[in-house]
Unconditional design. Sequence first.
Length: 192
Amino acid sequence: MNERINEITDKIDKLKKQLRDEFDKKQQAFNYRLEGKRVKFEQEVLDAHRKLKTATLPWLFSAKIRNIISAPFIYSMIVPIAFFDLTITCYQHICFRLYGIRRVVRSKYIVLDRHQLAYLNGIQKLNCLYCGYGNGVVAYTREVIARTEQYWCPIKHARKVVGSHRHYKKFVDYGEGENYKQQLIKLRDDLR
């Protein structure tokens, strides 16, 4: 059964690579390139983007009232998100060093670049920064916790897990007690 699961996950990995390749083609189609963390568009594309921009005040006046009412609730979440970011960063820098686990590179998960698009106004750019940061912190946190789980308890659940992390497929099957100790050592070594 493990062999069949491995075949399926290998197919998924190949599909993910194909998807990345398609994203690379999109980058070429929209005439931009990456220079470090900056996105550079061709000048004619940049000019076209600026023409598509809706100024902040007209955009705000056209907003639905429910969106305006919800804004304070949405933006107040920045406090717990930032606190979570700080605590998970401290956690991994302390614990991962103690366990000998390779640390998660935060900047690979928290990507803030959509605010560089010239067709967005100031509020839209702020929204993009907020969502990029919030989702990045969640993805970063998930990877930190996934590595922690692989170190401490790399056992699959008996029930189906919706949205399991990328390390989960390597975990020991539920109820497979005979090989658990050997597999635990191997899975911990994989984290180094």
